[in-house]
Design a protein around this ligand. Structure first.
Ligand code: ACM
Length: 621
């Protein structure tokens, strides 16, 4: 028998309401249910031809009326503007008594967004002559006379063991530099700022002056970029350079879709080529818990997998088959150690108290209060994804997790999330109401502050500092040692900095790499904060010159959330080349930052990315 087919269509866009029609054919005789994923909320009252059996997050199950092959429903107040918004992961389930397989994949025969194809987009880049250069743009750059020939096995001299630095350089370039006491490349110790360097390439040789390893590494990375653009005959040049910000970070969500260790190592290597020094590893979310915790094997036995009949239903790209994965503790150690060899600190994020559907499904006996009658719906449509700050089990869980996290990640900072706790949560929890009374809390959000303050103090007892999204300020309980990640707007970051908190700027409107590049219906990505092209990323200034609390702005983060990032190719497409613009936002002095100049240096960088087999989004001419 041929596989069932589905045609999906947006029949009507009615303001922000969207009406879908599904037409099915080649259906089995038995009563079936239709399962699929759609990152929207279906209005149950709008359904025609079916009723809704379940919706949790993006997962939906519809039961058709007898003999129905056409189903209609409405998603209210959430427009659909892109093919990447359309429903995915269709399958049928059949009653147990029926013969043959109980699950049948449904082939998506056709989809129609009900919108005209987008018109031609404006070119992504200005018309400028390509120019070999370095990204991020150094402070000073002077071309000198002549060329230097960089031999494959050139010798490098410098203080102490240079093995890690040279391994890093060799990995980026494919060369085989070796340490020797008398090298044509010399690393010199000079009293510069800790990450500053001076790279001088003359016809006789190369010198990199710096105060220590961080500066030498940056000089070697600039040398690597120069080599990758020119080959062995390097034009002589002098660079004098230092970063604007000490915190230069890329974030990857490994929960919504799982990314292998090999993909993460490759990303770290590419980050190092652009002088990023922090990797923010989003390890837990509603759709998956990805970190092995020895105290609670269920977190990964249960929480790392989603699919039909599992504790966590199919989500996002969907499908009946179990989907997921997690990082063992030995893999985590391997990644942390690899990152450290590239000069990158890994910051783990354990996102609480919201975004905890997977953890709650894995450990209901600890994390669920039976009598909690609170009703809420998270931004991603979960109604059971928030930890309860009044349950002893919540603290047992968190402390055990943090014990292991602190052991695994030697860096001084742990990110505790804190974002997007839905309103309505805890209002119907007897335990929470009692805690509020006992503590004299007036506002439910104080419970969030209560829990995060506990985490902050627990981490402090282990010598670690807490980082969190801007909502960790809700309830006003965490101390000013906590670093605030501003994501909903630039202004929230300025406000937090003015209030005395250290701030990392990650405003979605400028730095979220999961946003679609433009409005073309074929261009994948989210757009809740607008679309984001290369020039818009580049234009971000995280610390305006006239702002009085700039000392509190530590740096910059570009996140890639993975709702739509189902493969390494898609990761490359969303990250590159926009990540290069973030690199310049994070590193380069605004006085040396100019869009046309960046655009001129971009072709040379894309040629490097070609050599490294990065599937970047090709800027449109
Ligand atoms: C976030 O984007 N929810 C931090």
């Amino acid at each position: 028998m041929s596989a069932p087919l589905i045609h999906t269509q947006v029949e009507r866009h009615d303001g922000k309401d969207v009406w879908f029609r599904f037409s099915l054919s080649q259906l089995p005789a038995a009563h079936w249910k239709l399962h699929f994923c759609l990152a929207r909320h279906i209005d149950p009252a709008s359904l025609e031809g079916a009723r809704l059996e379940r919706q949790s997050g993006s997962y939906k199950v519809l039961i058709p009326a007898e003999g129905q092959r056409e189903l209609r429903f409405c998603c209210r107040n959430t427009p659909i503007k892109k093919l990447s918004d359309m429903p995915r992961g269709f399958f049928l389930s059949l009653p147990e008594a029926s013969t043959g397989p109980q699950l049948m994949p449904v082939v998506l025969a056709d989809e129609d967004l009900g919108l005209p194809p987008s018109g031609p987009n404006t070119p992504d880049l200005p018309k400028v002559e390509p120019l070999a250069g370095i990204v991020p743009q150094p402070d000073q750059r002077v071309l000198l006379e002549g060329n230097f020939r960089l031999a494959e096995r050139a010798h490098v001299s410098g203080p102490g063991s240079l093995t890690a630095l040279l391994d890093h350089f060799n990995e980026l370039t494919g060369l085989a530099l070796e340490q020797d006491h008398d090298g044509e490349i010399r690393l010199l110790e000079e009293p510069l700022a800790s990450e500053a360097y001076r790279l001088t390439i003359t016809q006789e040789g190369v010198t990199i002056a710096a105060a220590g390893e961080a500066g030498w590494r940056h000089g070697l990375v600039s040398l690597a970029q120069w080599y990758l653009q020119h080959g062995e005959s390097l034009p002589c040049i002098e660079l004098v350079d230092a970063p604007r910000f000490g915190f230069r970070s890329i974030f990857l969500d490994c929960a919504r879709h799982f990314h292998t260790l090999a993909t993460l190592k490759r990303l770290l290597k590419l980050m190092s080529l652009y002088k990023f020094n922090r990797f923010h590893w989003h390890l837990t979310d509603d759709e998956g818990w990805r970190l092995e915790i020895k105290a609670f094997p269920a977190l990964t036995d249960v929480g790392a997998w989603r699919g039909h009949d599992l504790a966590i239903g199919p989500q996002l790209s969907g499908g009946a088959e179990p989907y997921g994965g997690y990082y063992t503790q030995s893999e985590v150690k391997e990644l942390v150690s690899y990152a450290s060899e590239l000069g990158i600190t890994v910051i783990p994020e354990i996102d609480i108290p919201g975004h905890c559907h997977a953890a709650i499904k894995a450990l209901p006996e600890l994390l669920v209060e039976e009598d909690d009658r609170s009703r809420y719906r998270s931004v991603q449509y979960f109604d059971d994804n928030v930890l309860n700050p009044a349950l002893p089990g919540t603290y047992r869980f968190l402390e055990a997790v943090l014990d292991e996290v602190c052991e695994l990640f030697p860096g001084p900072q742990i990110h505790m999330g804190g974002d997007e706790v839905p309103t309505g949560v805890w209002t119907g929890s007897p335990a929470c109401q009692q805690l509020m009374q006992q503590e004299g809390y007036q506002d439910c959000r104080e419970l969030q502050g209560h829990l995060l303050r506990h985490c902050q103090q627990y981490l402090a007892g282990k010598g670690k500092r807490m980082l969190g999204w801007e909502e960790i300020l809700h309830g006003d309980k965490v101390s000013r040692d906590a670093t605030i990640f501003a994501w909903t707007s630039f202004q929230t970051g300025l406000d937090a900095a003015a209030a005395g908190y250290p701030v990392v700027m990650a405003p979605a409107q400028h730095l979220y790499l999961d946003l679609a590049w433009n409005q073309d219906i074929h261009e994948p990505g989210l757009y809740w904060a607008g679309t984001l092209n290369l020039e818009q990323v580049y234009a971000c200034d995280p610390a305006p010159a006239d702002f009085h609390a700039n000392d509190n702005i530590l740096g910059v983060l570009s996140p890639l959330w993975s709702e739509l990032v189902t493969s390494r190719d898609r990761l490359d497409y969303m990250m590159f080349p926009r990540m290069l613009a973030t690199a310049e936002v994070a590193w380069s002095d605004p006085a040396h930052k100019e869009w046309d100049h960046f655009a001129a240096r971009l072709p040379g960088q894309l040629q490097i990315l070609d050599q490294l087999q990065v599937g970047y989004r090709v800027p449109q001419k």
